[in-house]
Design a protein around this ligand. Structure first.
Ligand code: SF4
Length: 439
């Protein structure tokens, strides 16, 4: 008998990173070849996209963020006009009509259909549900049927639309996800786009009600709760992809001092903010200046090197695919140094993973599974065996920890050398910039 699951990657999914489409992503994971997240400049785009990236990376599904910036530029909707424009109330309320983005699903399905046809994929999935019908015409069954007919007629591979939740309520979707063991704190819905769900807009109220009616505990962190904290995946994500600005600690020109690219001239962009507190950290990572993307790219281009190293703090807190695209547009090669606790944009050219969980425990648990180089600070005590199953393409580097004490440092260097001799998959990395005073 043919292994249907193995041979059946025939689908593209329109995937926001919200509750409904994440449920569909997991439900159809065996058949999904490509997930498309559309950035049309909505208030909640960055937070949704961060969730979408996380799940696609976890499932090993290719993920593309498609820029639909023209929609924010030319169309009117409170969903495109900043969090404060979003009305509060239920979806049935007339004022929620202001959140309609004209023909949004039609536009996204058309793009997804073209991408499917291009790759010979015959199915486009979308997660509109029964509760969307009241306000959004392009979520109703008659629209889905008409779009399905148009796409089949307009393609050689007869691309069809499947919208399996069209007649389901949101609580039915929550129940489905609960059965699959989904952690819905790793999804985002709030139309205001704040760090926590506001708990007052139509999407938040619908989300709360769905969990209540499903009889399932709601893991979402709402603004209205006191003393709660945001799901770690959403911490530090800048609120709006459309007007992206990053907090930059410093931009400087030097030579890469450590690891695979040692000695190479590079422009270093140090982004502010970190989600960890390592005991030996000497970076002032809270300071910084808000800069626009082109402003940052202009500053980088003041230097002759085309090699950019984005570091921190923890750069994944702020990095977006859009920013990397801007740098690529300037002909730059983009390397990122990360503690690996959070997903990175899929278009980064080089990933240096420098895990810190040996020093900060669970808070530093590594989420990335595939990187270019692995650089572990070794204190002579915590052996780095736990990283053996990370897929590393260009080298595992062990770097003796600088304890600020010559005698202790000498002992750690000796222990590092012994360890590498016993575990030759590792190689020594020294902080050459400190040794020879590279400015
Ligand atoms: S991950 Fe890096 S920047 Fe963050 S606290 Fe640790 S050493 Fe400092």
């Amino acid at each position: 008998m043919t292994d249907l699951k193995k041979d059946a990657k025939d689908s593209v999914i329109v995937y926001s990173g919200g509750l409904d489409s994440t449920t569909l992503l997991y439900e159809e994971r065996e058949r999904i070849a490509l997930a498309l997240t559309f950035n049309y400049g909505s208030n909640h785009a960055a937070r949704e996209t961060a969730c979408a990236r996380l799940h696609c990376e976890r499932l090993g599904i290719e993920h593309i963020v498609v820029d639909l910036g023209f929609m924010k530029k030319y169309m009117r909707s409170s969903l495109l006009a900043g969090g404060e424009s979003i009305p509060e109330g239920d979806y049935a309320d007339e004022n929620m009509r202001s959140t309609v983005v004209p023909f949004r699903n039609g536009i996204m399905l058309a793009v997804a259909c073209g991408m499917a046809e291009d790759r010979g994929l015959s199915r486009v999935l979308i997660a509109n549900h029964g509760g969307d019908h009241a306000i959004y015409p392009d979520c109703r069954p008659e629209f889905v049927n008409a779009m399905d007919a148009a796409m089949r007629a307009g393609t050689y591979v007869n691309v069809k639309v499947e919208a399996p939740y069209t007649f389901l309520s949101k609580q039915d979707i929550v129940k489905k996800g609960a059965k699959m063991g989904l952690d819905y704190s790793e999804t985002y819905s709030c139309y205001k786009g704040g760090e926590k769900h506001c708990g007052k807009c139509g999407t938040c109220r619908e989300r709360m009600e769905a969990f209540k009616l499903a009889g399932i505990e709601d893991p979402t962190e709402y603004q209205t709760e006191n003393g709660s904290h945001t799901s770690s995946i959403l911490q530090g994500v800048s609120p709006n992809l459309g007007e992206e600005r990053l907090k930059v600690n410093e931009i400087f020109y030097s030579l890469q001092g450590e690891g695979y690219n040692t000695g190479r001239a590079a422009v270093f962009v140090r982004l502010s903010g970190c989600n960890l507190s390592c005991p030996f950290c000497d970076t002032e990572h809270e300071q910084g200046k808000d800069m626009g993307l082109d402003e940052i790219a202009d500053a980088i281009e003041c230097f002759p090197a085309k090699f950019v190293v984005i570091t921190g703090g923890e750069p994944s807190l702020q990095l977006t695919e859009h920013f990397i695209d801007v740098l690529h547009g300037r002909g730059l090669f983009v390397a990122v140094e990360t503690n690996g606790t959070r997903p990175l944009p899929g278009n980064v050219d080089w990933i240096t993973l420098s895990p810190k969980d040996l020093f900060v425990g669970n808070a530093g648990k590594v989420a990335l599974r595939k990187v270019n180089e692995l650089k572990v600070v070794f204190d002579g005590i915590h052996e780095p065996e736990e990283y053996d199953n990370i897929d590393v393409s260009h080298g595992r580097f062990l770097q003796p920890c600088d304890m600020g004490d010559a005698q202790r440092n000498a002992a750690i260097v000796e222990r590092t050398i012994d360890y590498i001799k016993m575990h030759p998959q590792w190689q020594l990395s020294l902080q050459t910039h400190k040794m020879v005073n590279i400015p």
